[in-house]
Design a protein around this ligand. Structure first.
Ligand code: AMP
Length: 547
């Protein structure tokens, strides 16, 4: 027997309908690429998104067609998402920080028909234009006056393009399992892989993100997604914000500490989200200028492990609650958030940081398990490491145009991460499975050592990799970027770590570098570091080998 409730497909454009009708006056503030601050509201975003939809249809874009966006977070980018998906086409966010030939590869693999982009990225697109045959037109996020001369075929200024229709248009309706969006994983090895979100998965995921124990947005929030829309589905904020009726502040192109601080204070932002690198820059700016974070209440930090020192600085110096989050492109992307369960509510000081440094617990809609290499479930005791696997309605079941099987026989997806889960369900990521350091048959967590090392006052950034060792197989090497004007010694740093981890976890050596390589999404590029230090001779290795 079927239930007798209405059939109301979970379609993403219903989110912007809701925002326009119920929170229509709520501001959406952007730092435009042209420079000035631009202020609009949800009702206007919806009206212009309908024009985008209508105009795309006039250009012949149909259900299932991919429309790429290569753009910063601004109101135009947001309204384009809704316009594209509102006719059943698929927004495909492309990360402009990728190498140019990777961008071309992704556009070709996705068979994008249109590209919507900022003026900033025209040189990239001009470079690859001869190698992206599926692209029929480039729509540039500006008005006619700001459109530079370009060699791109059929390029048009967005404002002129949407002015060619009247906006008298209705969204299309279709099955909620229809594809809505697409994002390629940054993939450190092999070609990038396309993750294809559905309307249903995006809507369910945004609802989960809104829970008070996750990101917890409300209509009283002024939310600033610093995380770009092109990074892992924009961490769901392009949907969760309008769904909650929260005001949005979209930072555009300038993501340096001073520019972010300016927006936080000028627009009284209450909640924001980005990777640790962004917050490192903001904290350095605050330290230099003596700035305060008067309105900010919560900062969501994820994408890579949030250093303990960052959590305590935000909370103890600036009075801002840190929500450490873990997820991945394949999970839409939010997996866990580290808000406090009643079991941990009384914790203070170091004990509180011990918990907050973990990646947190899963919401309804994310099932987790940790297993050994044979797939046997491991206990949730906070100690036993295992391969982390996940299942849920917003988790990928396959990659785009790829027949490979990515689920186990219980339907779980292997995240490639290794971690522990404690008895209250708090996940602690200890490494990517390929980054774990295996020393004498035991595992050493590179993330934990890195987190501790950046707690040293002279360290700006740290990475730990395994280096070959004749006796132990691998031993940890600490690679450090010192803070500007600071010189730390090897003994000083190893001494600092000494009391904090088991003796055998302490790295065998330290090297100081000017820069650590990062991936296009801001993560430390361990593969590049391993290559760079492939033949590094640890002093302990020389000793073990003997004269
Ligand atoms: P991406 O799909 O590019 O967002 O990368 C996802 C991967 O980033 C995850 O599988 C983790 O390895 C890593 N990651 C994301 N958030 C965290 C976090 N809070 N702590 C540690 N690693 C993280």
């Amino acid at each position: 027997m079927l239930g007798l409730m209405q059939d109301w497909p979970l379609l993403c454009h219903r989110i912007i309908d809701h925002a326009a009708l119920n929170h229509g006056e709520r501001p959406v503030i952007s730092r435009s690429i042209e420079g000035p601050i631009h202020i609009t509201k949800f009702s206007a975003i919806r009206a212009r998104a309908l024009r985008v939809a209508q105009r795309l249809e006039r250009d012949g874009v149909k259900r299932g067609d991919r429309v790429a966006t290569l753009a910063w977070n601004t109101w135009r980018h947001l309204e384009s998402w809704y316009g594209i998906l509102g006719i059943g086409a698929v927004y495909h966010t492309v990360n402009p920080r990728l190498f140019t030939d990777q961008i071309a590869w992704i556009i070709n693999h996705a068979e994008d028909r249109m590209i919507m982009t900022d003026v900033t990225f025209l040189p990239i697109l001009e470079k690859i234009a001869g190698h992206t045959p599926t692209v029929e037109r480039t729509i540039v996020f500006c008005d006619g006056a700001h459109l530079p001369k370009t060699t791109l075929r059929n390029a048009v200024a967005y404002e002129d393009w949407i002015a060619e229709v009247d906006g008298d248009f209705s969204w299309k309706s279709f099955d909620e399992n229809t594809a809505a969006g697409m994002c390629y994983t940054s993939g450190t090895t092999g070609n990038p892989k396309g993750v294809l979100y559905s309307h249903r998965s995006n809507v369910l995921h945004a609802m989960a993100a809104l829970r008070p124990d996750m990101v917890g947005l409300s209509m009283s929030d002024i939310a600033m997604p610093v995380v770009p829309l092109f990074h892992a589905n924009g961490w769901a904020l392009g949907f969760a914000g309008p769904m909650a009726g929260a005001s949005l502040v979209l930072p555009g192109q300038k993501l340096d500490g001073a520019s972010i601080y300016d927006l936080l204070t000028q627009f009284k932002v209450t909640c924001t989200a980005a990777v640790p690198t962004v917050w490192l820059a903001l904290l350095q700016h605050l330290e230099k200028t003596g700035g305060k974070l008067t309105h900010l209440r919560r900062v969501v930090i994820g994408g890579s492990a949030c250093p303990r020192a960052m959590i305590s600085t935000f909370q103890d110096v600036y009075g801002v609650e840190v929500i450490h989050a873990w997820g991945m492109t394949e999970m839409s992307p939010l997996g866990t958030t580290c808000t406090l369960k009643p079991e941990y509510a009384e914790l203070k000081g170091e004990a509180l940081l011990d918990v907050q440094q973990k990646q947190g617990h899963a919401p309804f809609g994310v099932e987790m398990k940790i297993t050994d290499d044979a797939g046997q479930r491991m206990p949730w005791d906070g100690k036993t490491f295992g391969r982390l696997k996940v299942r849920g309605p917003a988790v990928a079941r396959a990659y785009f145009k790829d027949d490979g099987q990515i689920l186990d026989d219980e339907g779980f997806f292997d995240t490639g991460d290794v971690g522990t889960i404690d008895r209250y369900g708090y996940l602690n990521i200890t490494d990517r499975s390929k980054d774990v350091i295996k020393s004498g048959g035991e595992w050493i967590s590179s993330i934990e050592l890195e987190n501790l090392a950046v707690g040293h006052p002279k360290v700006a950034e740290a990475a730990v990799i395994g280096v070959r060792h004749p006796r132990w197989g691998e031993r940890p090497l600490l690679i450090v970027v010192p803070k500007e004007g600071q010189a730390a010694s090897k003994d000083e740093l190893l001494g600092f770590l000494g009391g904090k981890v088991a003796k055998w976890w302490v790295p065998d050596d330290v090297v100081f570098v000017a820069e650590i390589p990062h991936t296009a999404t801001g993560k430390i590029q361990k593969t590049a570091l391993r290559e760079q230090f492939k033949t590094y001779a640890l002093p302990t290795a020389v000793a073990a080998r003997g004269p």
